[in-house]
Design a binder for this molecule. Structure first.
Ligand SMILES: [Zn+2]
Length: 284
């Protein structure tokens, strides 16, 4: 009888423990954010930390609601506005800029991008001006000449962009069969707006390179119009993309609004993409 009583007390204890666990789980579920952000395995704080460590010369600190710049000024992380994709492109805050996770490694399924999946194309102008220079003259003063298969290309020095491009060139030099895709470069530094918009291009800051236009597919050149993107095409070998990504560049060929000759120095997005890969490849 004594053993019987002990068993029943044990069972009661176990049942109470299970009920407590359930209660805790229910409270956690009730407190959790909505499904879209619950799916994320790279919290906003980690994304901001990636931005700071990519550009320590520009971003001195991160606060829950602001980036603190080297000069002590602040850029709000979230402007509090609900935006659709076009509105994010036109007026991105920092959170919008980091909202789409660039897929690399195991997260890259090689499929054409989904509608409005443009990781890296959403840019916050104030962050770029803080990193690379607020005006054409300031951006120009921060350029170095990088050897690109014999051509001297102007490229930004901030965040180590020029050294990264040099590393890409060195690595790709070992694969002569790729050279036709790489030269001549269609351009690096060019203070200009994105075609059909008022937004500054990454080329304005000398942080992007276009490869040989002969192999390029660009959604606008293919007859696209806002809201109507032609079928995805790409002629650039994946080996080129892999090398650029290894050195902190994202590829415009992974955008719904595709631009396959375009590579852009975004080490923060590569770092976030690696975090996502390590945590099971979430989609944003
Ligand atoms: Zn470009």
């Amino acid at each position: 009888m004594a053993a019987e009583g002990r068993r029943s007390r044990d069972w009661i204890r176990r049942a109470k423990f299970a009920a407590d666990l359930f209660l805790v789980a229910a409270i956690v579920a009730a407190l959790a954010p909505p499904a879209a952000s619950a799916a994320s395995t790279v919290p906003l704080f980690d994304r901001l930390a990636a931005l700071q460590s990519a550009y320590p010369g520009a971003v001195a600190a991160i606060e829950p609601d602001a980036l603190v710049l080297a000069d002590g000024s602040r850029i709000a992380v979230d402007d509090g506005r609900q935006k659709d994709h076009e509105e994010k492109l036109a007026a991105a805050d920092v959170e919008d800029m980091l909202s789409q996770i660039y897929p690399i490694g195991a997260c890259d399924d090689g499929q054409p991008p989904e509608r409005n999946f443009d990781p890296g194309r959403i840019r916050n102008d104030a962050v770029f001006r803080a990193i690379y220079g607020a005006t054409r003259q300031a951006a120009e003063a921060n350029l170095a000449r990088v050897d690109w298969f014999g051509a001297k290309l102007p490229f930004a020095t901030a965040g180590g962009a020029d050294a990264a491009l040099k590393s890409v060139e060195r690595e790709l030099s070992a694969e002569p069969d790729l050279k036709a895709y790489l030269v001549p470069s269609a351009g690096t530094f060019n203070w200009r707006v994105v075609a059909g918009t008022k937004r500054l291009s990454a080329h304005s800051f000398g942080a992007a390179i276009d490869l040989n236009t002969k192999y390029a597919d660009y959604w606008l050149w293919s007859g696209g119009k806002p809201g109507n993107v032609p079928r995805y095409r790409n002629k650039f070998p994946k080996r080129i993309v892999d090398v650029f990504e290894r050195h902190g560049f994202i590829w415009g060929g992974k955008w719904y609004h595709y631009d396959t000759m375009h590579f852009e120095y975004r080490p923060e997005l590569i770092a976030i993409g690696r975090l996502a890969e390590a945590r099971g490849c979430p989609r944003n």
